[in-house]
Design a binder for this molecule. Structure first.
Ligand code: FES
Length: 104
């Protein structure tokens, strides 16, 4: 099954993505598949913060792992609603998720 996710890029443009819930993808990988400017330098290890995004909808994403917490405590432009896209796995409950890419 696919869910719909809205991603606002760094120019303010909104993109509708379809993300499959059954092949263990994370949001960083989905953004890259759509050629959005998410670098994912560390390959999804919560070690670079190049995939930082702000969660705009009120989905509950589950707690950050210690690695994600640690990375976000060192990254720039971090806000209350910051998360690392690579740590968000695509699941049914995220239907309608809306995020904005953080500045580079
Ligand atoms: S891809 Fe590096 S922290 Fe997400």
């Amino acid at each position: 099954m696919d869910i719909k996710i809205t991603v606002i890029d760094r120019t303010g443009e909104s993109h509708q993505l379809q993300a499959p819930t059954d092949i263990a993808m994370n949001l960083m990988e989905v953004c890259k598949a759509y050629e959005l400017p998410v670098e994912g330098i560390c390959g999804g290890m919560a070690m670079c913060a190049s995939c930082q995004c702000y969660i705009l909808s009120d989905h509950s994403l589950g707690k950050k792992s210690p690695d994600e917490e640690a990375m976000l405590s060192e990254a720039f432009h971090v806000q209350e609603n910051s998360r690392l896209c690579c740590q968000i796995s695509i699941e049914k409950k995220l239907e309608g998720l809306k995020v904005e890419l953080a500045p580079e």
